[in-house]
Design a protein around this ligand. Structure first.
Ligand SMILES: NC(=O)c1ccc[n+]([C@@H]2O[C@H](COP(=O)([O-])OP(=O)(O)OC[C@H]3O[C@@H](n4cnc5c(N)ncnc54)[C@H](OP(=O)(O)O)[C@@H]3O)[C@@H](O)[C@H]2O)c1
Length: 266
């Protein structure tokens, strides 16, 4: 499967280039950077801090890259991912989207594009986090709302969105476990004083250092607390998940798929 990595100079873009290079059955045919980037023409591997040269140069022209690819791996920004979804649909190739905090018009553009091509979109591409979401859903289905659910997450100081996409997906897993379509979100703090509302899911966000991603889901009952946690120590788990998703989606009918579909954890 011939792959293009967009946002090649980003933290996840670099990890995705490394992941392609160590995965069998895939080939890196393009690495895209911002229009006018001073890195255009540099070796894609040096941007990804790989030891070996890929022999592939960074480009800022998406359309020629997409025309020779089978799939695009995209960890960029909501607006860019919406643009790349339209370009992927035009080129009739798979689009794997790891970008988080996609809502509103961008989500609509991606949903529209998925009527023409297979798109895999997930706030967390790792096997572990998807397994944790399934465990959280099962736990929420077994326990009633006398167990207060609190979701705590920590990420590096440069993360743009909060709570993380994974924390929100874990909240959604609680809702599904309880047979609801959504949950009431509480962000504890000065603006929400007083006793905790029964049935709400509380979110707490921490930002600092270089922490790649840590999520804890606590089910706090009368005299016991159940904790399900996931900690990532290397971005490669997300990048390898995205490459697996691209291989899985190649040849699939058009549609909007999740990592749960890819991993068979629904
Ligand atoms: N789903 C998952 O498993 C998962 C895991 C980790 C992170 N994420 C998400 O992935 C996204 C990226 O995270 P990150 O930590 O890699 O951020 P980052 O280091 O800021 O990387 C994003 C890169 O994309 C580039 N970019 C954006 N729009 C572009 C465009 N139109 N053309 C070319 N390049 C473009 C940015 O360039 P500029 O610097 O010029 O803007 C930047 O180099 C975030 O939404 C994050 O939450 C998802």
């Amino acid at each position: 499967v011939r792959l293009v990595v967009v946002g090649a100079l980003g933290r996840m873009g670099g990890a995705a280039i490394r992941a392609v290079q160590i995965t069998e059955g895939v080939e890196l045919v393009g690495a895209l950077v911002r229009k006018g980037s001073p890195y255009v023409g540099c070796d894609a591997s040096s941007a990804a801090q790989c030891d070996t040269s890929s022999g592939l140069l960074l480009s800022d022209e998406p359309e020629p890259l997409f025309s020779q690819a089978d799939a695009v791996i995209d960890f960029t920004s909501p607006t860019s991912s919406a643009d790349f979804a339209q370009l992927s649909a035009k080129a009739a190739i798979v689009h794997v989207i790891g970008t988080t905090a996609i809502t509103g018009v961008e989500a609509e553009i991606i949903a529209e594009a998925s009527q023409h091509i297979p798109i895999v979109k997930s706030n967390n591409m790792s096997l572990g986090a998807n397994l944790v979401a399934a465990l959280v859903r099962q736990t929420a289905a077994i326990l009633d709302d006398s167990f207060d659910v609190e979701i705590l997450e920590m990420h590096h100081r440069n993360k743009k969105d909060a709570p993380s996409g994974t924390a929100l997906a874990l909240g959604q897993a609680v809702a599904r476990g309880r047979g609801a379509s959504s949950i009431n979100r509480t962000v504890h703090g000065e603006e929400t004083p007083g006793p905790r509302k029964r049935g709400d899911v509380g979110f707490a966000t921490m930002r600092g250092g270089t922490v790649i991603g840590e999520h804890h889901v606590l089910f706090a009952g009368e005299a016991e607390v159940i904790e399900i946690a996931h900690k990532v120590s290397d971005r490669m788990v997300f990048a390898l998940g995205a490459v697996i998703a691209a291989k899985w989606a190649f040849g699939k009918p058009a549609g909007l798929y999740s990592m749960g579909d890819v991993l068979g954890i629904l």
